[in-house]
Design a protein around this ligand. Structure first.
Ligand SMILES: [Ca+2]
Length: 283
């Protein structure tokens, strides 16, 4: 998917360098293009649903240089970095240097419109950020959506939070939208999600990898226990064995729980545990 980019050219000049007290070697040809994708962002105060911006700086001038991109958030926005600093060699064709930044807000953040200011040299770009209201977490709602996940291990660049990000489409399987454990051919693996508050859990929906390229019968989760945490102890409430389907529903007598765990016992290829999405409901 192509994401539109917002691009500006910040032209460094002797005057700008003097004003900023810069120690770089400015000249009329030391220009930096700044890109940010997406151009605007929506975030919500759930611990496992951060927003991500991809920043790029491109030296469009003829001299090698350093550049500092500073980020200034407003209101409740919390950034994984407030400075993106890089050496930018002057090459032809121009070569962008990129870095991600995670944008989070606390659970009690007030919904509304905020912004992040990006600045390189004297040029400023503003990214509007909307803080959305928290999704409902009643008995009929997915209680683990965006809540804090933990796992026994996570493979390479896979994202721990990928299995509670609301995306259950296996065709989107990559390092971002699913969880893959990091211990090849070693079981069990665990994937836990803490509820924001104790709640009755009586149904768990598990989506394991099941795409055209990687069917569940070959690469999906085969055997697992569904567990809930009560008073600090894990209880098994359902067991699945010999699974070959991409989507499995486990229902059981509702239990007031603090967290939900998938105890992964084997995969159909006996290598990795793969969960595209995990959902838990009251009934
Ligand atoms: Ca997912």
């Amino acid at each position: 998917m192509r994401i539109p980019r917002q691009t500006v050219i910040a032209a460094g000049t002797l005057v700008a360098a003097a004003l900023l007290g810069s120690s770089s070697m400015p000249s009329a040809t030391s220009s930096v293009g700044v890109g940010v994708a997406p151009e605007q962002l929506s975030v919500v105060g759930l611990p496992c649903l951060p927003g991500t911006l991809n920043l790029t700086m491109t030296n469009t001038g003829k001299q090698d240089r350093y550049a500092d991109l500073t980020l200034q958030p407003t209101g409740p926005l919390q950034l994984s970095r407030t400075l993106f600093s890089s050496w930018l060699p002057a090459v032809d064709p121009d070569q962008p240097v990129s870095a991600p930044v995670e944008v989070r807000v606390p659970r009690d953040a007030k919904p509304g419109s905020y912004k992040i200011g990006l600045e390189v040299d004297r040029t400023r770009v503003t990214v509007p950020v909307t803080v959305e209201p928290l999704p409902p977490k009643g008995a009929g709602d997915n209680l683990v959506l965006g809540e804090q996940a933990t796992a026994s291990s996570t493979h390479g660049n896979f994202t721990l939070c990928g299995a509670v990000d609301g995306d259950k489409d296996s065709e989107h399987w990559d390092t971002l939208t699913g969880w893959n454990d990091g211990t090849r051919a070693a079981f069990p693996d665990t994937y836990d999600v803490a509820l924001s508050a104790p709640a009755a859990v009586g149904r768990v929906e598990l989506y394991t990898l099941d795409s055209a390229k990687y069917p569940a019968k070959a690469n999906g989760l085969k055997d697992w226990d569904v567990q809930v945490q009560v008073g600090g102890a894990w209880q098994t409430v359902a067991q699945v064995r010999g699974n070959t389907a991409g989507h499995v529903t486990s229902t059981f007598a509702p239990v007031q729980a603090d967290a939900v765990r998938i105890l992964c016992l084997d995969g159909n290829d006996h290598t990795y545990s793969r969960i595209v999405e995990l959902e838990a409901y009251g009934n």
